[in-house]
Design a protein around this ligand. Structure first.
Ligand SMILES: Nc1nc2c(c(=O)[nH]1)N[C@H]1C(S)=C(S)[C@@H](COP(=O)(O)O)O[C@H]1N2
Ligand SMILES: [Mo]
Length: 319
């Protein structure tokens, strides 16, 4: 079952859940009426206006084995409380400002240590593998969290496509750099473009999501349209938005936050309640929409699936 009602659910979350269930019912209906035997994902079309009602819908099969049963945050929470410094530092600024981002046409360059380097368009990415809905916990390094019904497929589908060479030990991802579309890049807040990276085994882990949508539709611009990464056991800053390049490398790649504040933000950034940020505790978190704080879980609750990737590593040193 998708959702179990814990006693600490707030009114806003109950509303969001109804909204979510209605949406799912709507999508299930269109599947039967519209496409019959077409397996996996397809697109319903729709206009490219920024209003929530007219966003391109995505149909995705629920991936229950990869989903938490906690209630998702409301669509409003997920799309108005954001971190996306390319559009300002305030949580409400991405929703206000990200309409200047043009998400069509869009291509992603896949290069470096791969046998088949290539550039792939967003329409092809949307069809590369069946879309799945995965309800993940999402934990920001600033000690707030959400639960989000993302849509996408395992990042490893891309690895199958380009076939990394034996030298590929890491992967670096790069956000668009264009200050005419991303006005925040006019100020030197970060060293643009935003860069992130993973070890190749982390990138291959099935939980690592190439994310193309949320709540039954393509990603809103403020959430990193048209394509981003979601790594649910790591702090949110690893989940890089609006990706234009993916590079396979032999050496550990540069990442924006590790460069910005190496004593505060490590390359691994695994959620770890036992390793505090130098300026605040990571032992607990505020779930957006809730009053009581929750205890933060090791690897954000995904330890059973991912702890083995880090066996023998000192996670205080490799934070
Ligand atoms: N390009 C880019 N990606 C980014 C960020 C950013 O500022 N720029 N912020 C990161 C941080 S700190 C978080 S918590 C998440 C927020 O994702 P959300 O707004 O969809 O919740 O995006 C991450 N990816
Ligand atoms: Mo974050």
């Amino acid at each position: 079952m998708l959702i179990k009602k814990p006693d600490d659910v707030l009114g806003s979350e109950i509303t969001s859940r109804e909204h979510f269930m209605n949406r799912r019912r709507f999508l299930a209906g269109t599947t039967i009426a519209g496409v019959g035997g077409l397996a996996g994902a397809y697109l319903l079309g729709g206009s490219r206006s920024s209003s929530a009602e007219s966003k391109q819908k995505l149909v995705a099969a629920k991936r229950a084995d990869f989903s938490v049963t906690e209630p998702p945050n409301s669509y409003k929470d997920v799309t108005t409380y954001n971190n996306f410094y390319e559009f300002g530092l305030g949580k409400d600024q991405p929703a206000e400002n990200a309409h200047t981002l043009k998400t069509r046409p869009w291509t992603v360059r896949i290069e470096g240590e791969v046998q088949k380097p290539r550039t792939i368009g967003i329409e092809e990415l949307l069809k590369l593998a069946p879309l799945e809905e995965r309800v993940y916990r999402f934990r920001c390094v600033e000690a707030w969290s959400m639960v989000v019904p993302w849509i996408g497929y395992s990042f490893s589908e891309l690895l199958k496509l380009v076939q990394p060479t034996a030298k590929a030990k890491f992967v670096q991802l790069v956000t668009l750099k264009d200050s005419s579309q991303m006005p925040g890049q006019k100020s030197w807040v970060l060293d643009w473009p935003y860069l992130e990276g993973l070890r190749i085994d982390e990138a291959m882990h099935p939980l690592t999501l190439l994310c193309l949508g949320l709540y039954g539709e393509v990603l809103p611009n403020q959430n990193g349209a048209p394509v981003r990464l979601i790594v649910p056991w790591k702090y949110g800053f690893k989940s890089i938005k609006s990706v234009v390049a993916i590079r396979f490398t032999e050496e550990l790649p540069t990442t924006t936050w590790a460069k910005q504040g190496p004593s505060e933000y490590g390359f691994y950034a695994n959620v770890n309640p036992e390793v505090d940020h130098p300026r605040w505790s990571q032992a607990s978190e505020r779930r957006i929409g809730e009053l009581r704080r929750r205890k933060t879980l090791p690897f954000n609750g995904y330890a059973d699936q991912v702890a083995k990737l880090y066996q023998g590593m000192d996670l205080r040193r490799f934070y």
